[in-house]
Design a binder for this molecule. Structure first.
Ligand SMILES: [Zn+2]
Ligand SMILES: [Zn+2]
Length: 205
């Protein structure tokens, strides 16, 4: 038996943000989201994301990335990771829209257990793939990050330490505002060297 349950936050600033959770008694892994948001058509009313991409967004008028992942063997890690990159990007779009509207669906890498309390501020986006993970797991996630593990791009990405990772995640999440205080600006620019993170920070500021 499977049923969906919406978890409404009690957080006073975001009372209508929810994750869709699935409880079942099949013994299958319950930690992965089943609902996703498509970056190309902004829909989420499908259950098989890869099939949706192939059906709706492949072919000569489709998306290059979709045609690209279809060239990898089925069930290969490369193919799964390329699909995950697209899926994560769509989910990041819905998450940012939800945060801005302070209501709507929020998709994290792992759902909380149905009984657990959670709040959006528990989560941060990975600056590389943009998947939202528990802040406390952001550093650990880098090892499994689909963008960092993409053979075509991984050499170009810098290694960044835990402090910078958290800082850049906050920039991606919009938690560091467009008009930060002078103290924050000074702090940022003395902290951030002229590297990838620095470029992102300066652009955002
Ligand atoms: Zn779509
Ligand atoms: Zn990542």
């Amino acid at each position: 038996m499977t049923f969906q349950k919406k978890c409404f936050l009690s957080h006073p600033n975001a009372p209508k943000i929810f994750q869709i959770m699935v409880q079942n008694n099949t013994g299958k892994d319950q930690s992965h989201n089943k609902r996703h948001y498509c970056a190309y058509c902004q829909r989420s009313d499908f259950t098989n994301f890869a099939k949706h991409l192939i059906d709706m967004h492949s072919g000569p008028h489709g998306a290059d990335e979709v045609n690209a992942f279809m060239s990898y063997p089925k069930k290969s890690k490369e193919r799964d990771n390329r699909i995950a990159e697209i899926r994560i990007r769509g989910n990041h779009m819905i998450n940012m829209a939800t945060l801005q509207a302070e209501q709507g669906m929020f998709v994290a890498m792992r759902r909380p257990s149905p009984q657990a309390d959670w709040k959006v501020s528990d989560y941060s986006p990975c600056p590389f793939c943009k998947v939202w993970v528990l802040r406390t797991l952001l550093t650990k996630h880098q090892k499994n990050c689909v963008v960092r593990n993409n053979k075509e791009t991984t050499d170009k990405l810098p290694c960044i330490n835990e402090h910078k990772l958290g800082l850049e995640a906050d920039l991606v999440a919009g938690r560091i505002g467009l008009e930060p205080s002078d103290a924050l600006k000074t702090n940022l620019f003395t902290t951030i060297q002229n590297d990838y993170v620095g470029i992102v920070a300066k652009k955002t500021l």
